[in-house]
Design a protein around this ligand. Sequence first.
Ligand code: NAD
Length: 259
Amino acid sequence: MLKNKTILITGSTSGIGLGIALEFAKQNTNVILNGFGSADDIEAAIKAVQQLTDGEVVYSDANMLKVDEIEQMIENANQQFGMVDILVNNAGIQHVSCVEDFPVQKWDDIIAINLSSAFHTVRLCLPNMRKANWGRIINIASVHGLVASPGKSAYVAAKHGIVGLTKEVALETAEVNITSNAICPAFTLTPLIEQQILNKAKVTGDKKSAIDALLSEKQPSKTFVEVKQLGQLAVFLCSDAAEQMTGTSIPVDGGWTAQ
Ligand code: NAD
């Protein structure tokens, strides 16, 4: 169904983005990976994705903080594949601190990477999606796009923002075959939450009890979301069954936002 489509996933050298890339590779799409990491890690990611798809796998080192690099990344994608059919805005960073101590540079970076980069990729990909009368935009928001937690002002603001952008793009594209949806995961075991676990371990004494404490606080299932589950949901959002789903924000959160 998705064979010959091209997917671009920002921030896909690790964690959720890589998990999504692997699930789309199983659908034989072309895959454009993006993100940072050591040369070895990036090579390993490309290889893992390439093993699953008959399509092409390419890597862009574009920094989502830099508009000119985002523009170049989309231009390269258009030149190589004609267009980006499926756009997944996933790149994200986190910083935990109360508002009055929040480093200003961190605020700016989180808003730029977690929110503004999605505005840029969407505005650059939409013209070709409109021409093709087909496009799927999936924004990896968070439960923090729906509710807040103390210490995460920039992240919560950016994620609420991307939920709003998702709805806005859905309305602007409602009459063409383009959908725009957000996935809102709860705690998923990736490098992004590693620091939060280590900080908690300083209080609880060890990593296992830190993980138990972190999950017990917020996530009723007391179980991490798996990147594979998020990848499979993203594939579903590109299926015919999901054609009338647009503007949604789907929690994958073990009950977090039901509380
Ligand atoms: P991660 O740290 O494993 O992955 C983040 C990815 O973004 C990496 O590939 C990294 O290289 C890339 N990245 C960071 N800064 C970048 C930049 N300036 N330019 C380009 N790429 C950049 O984290 P993750 O947990 O997989 O997070 C992916 C997304 O999922 C984020 O948007 C995050 O907010 C969201 N999310 C994560 C969780 C969780 O518990 N892990 C929960 C909800 C939402």
